[in-house]
Design a protein around this ligand. Structure first.
Ligand code: NDP
Ligand code: MG
Length: 373
């Protein structure tokens, strides 16, 4: 799902690379939202697959098996798949995750918003349907492998790493004048624009902190975030005896996608491996003045589930305003902080509750963004 995006394209690469191996994968279906060219090319390259067009139906290209709001549900109910990769960007990924689990398919989950907004309900659904949710986000894929191998019971602390983004060394007083294109020049990873901007503000790591707390049922006080510019170490776990175990691999999203598509087996990867010879690996504590959104995420986690939904929604709205040029880079954090200020102690008992909080937060964040300009 989201076949034309960064995760989608890399998933297709994994399928191509494994085509000649014993661990061959078959693409039976895919979704695109607005990218006609990808739909056409994929139909040509994988003639037995079926393509769902989730965007505006009147723009659907020839070859789409379904188009419009029901397209994803049709794809999932009329296609037999063992596992589905969710590479849709943003909050739209949540309803897609729900559809996958309702159809009793395993979910390889890159869309972190699904976890941030509704993990408790998703997990319940997955358990009822006896399906696995396998994280694809690189840090969480690392934590997943480590905790599965070591045993969650003896893990006392988790660490996720961050590259620090393109402004890691920029004087703090210059942050207010950086542009969206500057923010998208990520030093290590090539990703979609939204997540690239989130890496620059570290809202991405804030979302990942929430994601780790939810996936591994760990209080935020026992989850560390460290800046590691080389992005070789993706995750670490500390065990009760004090030892620290790390998951180390090249910064290449195809590896976590490959691992998720193999799980619970471990299979040979066609993507090479990390060699530490001659590598200098550095780790730093992030600075609060440079990355306030990381601290705001910790506070949201302490406050509750609704606040985590608000954090995500307000950040999405603030990033859209930054992309349009109507707020400055440094105002992304202030819009999120201001949106979280009101009383958000609302119940989160259903997917409708989640969508309600999400939409309220978007309206309030948009107001806050407009007032900041
Ligand atoms: P991209 O923006 O590159 O791709 C997202 C895809 O989602 C697009 O191809 C788009 O389709 C589709 N899409 C957008 N809106 C909708 C919608 N309303 N309904 C259905 N499909 C939609 O994003 P990324 O691939 O970078 O990220 C995808 C997810 O994975 C995000 O949640 C991100 O946080 C997460 N992630 C990404 C990583 C990366 O390295 N890229 C790493 C870890 C996590 P179309 O192009 O057809 O319009
Ligand atoms: Mg990540």
């Amino acid at each position: 799902m989201g076949a034309a995006g960064s995760i989608g394209r890399q998933t297709l690469d994994v399928i191509r690379e494994r085509a000649a191996s014993d661990e061959k994968l078959e693409l039976v279906g895919f979704s695109v939202h607005s990218n006609c060219e990808t739909l056409r090319l994929l139909k040509h390259e994988f003639p037995h697959s079926r393509g769902a067009w989730t965007g505006e139906p009147s723009l659907a290209p020839e070859g789409a098996s379904w188009a419009g709001p029901e397209a994803l549900a049709r794809l999932l109910s009329e296609t037999e798949a063992d596992i589905v990769v969710n590479g849709i960007a943003g909050a739209a990924g949540l309803s897609a995750s729900i559809l996958v689990l309702q159809r009793s398919m395993h979910l390889a989950l890159a869309n972190k918003e699904s976890v941030v907004m509704g993990y408790r309900l998703l997990k319940k659904l997955a358990d009822e349907q006896r399906c696995n949710i396998i994280p694809v986000d690189s840090e969480h894929a690392g934590l997943f492998q480590l905790t599965q191998r070591i045993g969650r019971a003896i893990v006392s602390e988790l660490t996720i790493t961050a590259s620090g983004g393109p402004f890691r060394s920029l004087p703090i007083d210059q942050l207010s004048s950086v542009t969206p294109d500057d923010a998208c020049k990520h030093p290590v990873w090539k990703m979609g624009r939204k997540i690239s901007i989130d890496s620059a503000t570290m809202a991405n790591k804030g979302l990942e902190l929430i994601e780790a707390a939810r996936l591994f049922d760990m209080p935020q006080t026992r989850i560390r975030v460290l800046i590691h510019p080389q992005s070789y170490v993706h995750a670490m776990v500390r065990t009760l005896d004090g030892a620290l175990y790390a998951q180390i691999s090249k910064p290449d999203m195809r590896l976590p996608i490959h691992m998720a598509l193999s799980w619970p087996k471990t299979t040979a990867s066609p993507f090479g491996f990390a060699d530490l010879v001659g590598k200098n690996l550095e780790f730093y504590e992030p600075q609060k003045e440079r990355y306030p959104l990381l601290w705001i995420a910790r506070q949201a986690l302490d406050e509750g589930e609704a606040q985590c939904i608000v954090y995500n929604a307000a950040n999405e709205v603030a990033v859209e305003h930054f992309e349009k040029g109507s707020i400055r880079f440094t105002q992304i954090a202030s819009v999120v902080a201001r949106t979280l200020e009101r009383n958000w102690n609302l119940p989160v008992e259903s997917f409708e509750d989640i969508l309600h909080i999400d939409s309220m937060a978007r309206t309030i964040a948009a107001n806050n963004a407009e007032r900041s300009t």
